[in-house]
Design a protein around this ligand. Structure first.
Ligand SMILES: Nc1nc2c(c(=O)[nH]1)N[C@@H](CN(C=O)c1ccc(C(=O)N[C@@H](CCC(=O)O)C(=O)O)cc1)CN2
Ligand code: MG
Length: 289
């Protein structure tokens, strides 16, 4: 089966739009701030898509576009401004950042209660401790879990193999699958004989940035293959980390690029913005009574 992230995303939008309208009627306006520093063309597209999706759902969206030579101090001051603003529920700084800015310092500056990306040490800690509280999780792996659930791929007891060890995708992906009962193997750039691992995966998640790294022969017949890659082939066409045209004949389920994981990342961001707004509102109500 082709896992259609775009269709699922549009389907989830229907409920989210209604939920936002219902919250608006009670005086709560979920609000997301996205800060983008510099002119990376891909990042510009993602931020524009986030804004469009927010507008479509009735979520208030503030985009802060800043020059590539912005200082770290100025960025931290901007974050502090939105940390202090009660009307703002989620703050996201688009990654990657220009070289003069320390990513870790920026992530830590965002109020944990507004960390809609789930990148703060506190939220990452909750994920790896399998906390039963509500907490945001990196949107791409969280969106992948939503897709697996929707397509009835139950990770319990399955062997999940992650290719790529990034903080945004690989690491949180493995934690989510472990929490869902999978046996998880992490592989990365130093892994020897990668294929010997991927060929034993019931669920294979690939996030390396290497175009067509995974061939049909690297996949266990019937496996669920999730391709997080967004690479360019020799003709400049957008392709994934998986050789889709051949892999589709071996895999049981597979995500296309584009139209697979990407749209679910943005939908998950909207879900988490709404959730943070509701939690913030409950905090206000509790402190009043
Ligand atoms: N602060 C963050 N920075 C980054 C994140 C993130 O979750 N938080 N993730 C990625 C970029 N990203 C969202 O920010 C993102 C990437 C791709 C897509 C997407 O919809 N892709 C489409 C294809 C788009 C195209 O044509 O180029 C698809 O796969 O269908 C959405 C979000 C890094 N930075
Ligand atoms: Mg189901």
């Amino acid at each position: 089966m082709i896992i259609d992230g775009k269709a699922l995303s549009n389907q989830l939008d229907v409920n989210m739009k209604q939920e936002v309208a219902d919250l608006n009627a009670t005086g709560l306006y979920p609000t997301l701030v996205v800060i983008i520093v510099g002119n990376d063309p891909a990042s510009q597209i993602y931020v524009r898509n986030k804004h469009r999706k927010a507008v479509k759902l009735g979520i208030r969206s503030i985009i802060e576009r800043k020059p590539a030579d912005m200082t770290q101090a100025d960025l931290l001051a901007l974050i502090a401004k939105y940390n202090a603003d009660d009307q703002v529920h989620g703050i996201l700084v688009q990654l990657p950042l220009p070289k003069q800015i320390d990513e870790t310092a920026v992530i830590r500056a965002i109020d944990v209660k507004k960390d809609v990306d789930g990148f703060s040490p506190e939220n990452v800690g909750k994920l790896f401790a399998n906390s039963h509280e509500h907490y945001p999780v990196s949107c791409t792996p969280k969106g992948i879990m939503t897709m697996l659930d929707h397509y009835n791929v139950n990770p319990e007891g399955k062997h999940a193999v992650i290719v790529g060890d990034s903080n945004i995708v690989g690491r949180p992906m493995g934690a989510l699958l472990l929490n869902a009962g999978a046996t998880v193997t992490y592989t990365h750039i130093l892994t020897q004989d990668l294929s010997s691992f991927t060929r034993t995966a019931d669920i294979l998640v690939v996030a390396t940035g290497v175009a067509h790294l995974i061939k049909a022969g690297d996949i266990k017949p019937g496996a669920t293959v999730i391709d997080v890659g967004m690479d360019r082939d020799e003709n400049g066409k957008l392709v994934g980390d998986v050789d889709y045209d051949n892999a589709v004949r071996v895999a049981g389920n597979i995500t296309p690029v584009p139209g697979g994981v990407g749209p679910m990342t943005i939908t998950t961001l909207m879900q988490q913005t709404i959730e943070l707004a509701k939690v913030a509102n409950r905090r206000v109500l509790t402190s009043v009574h």
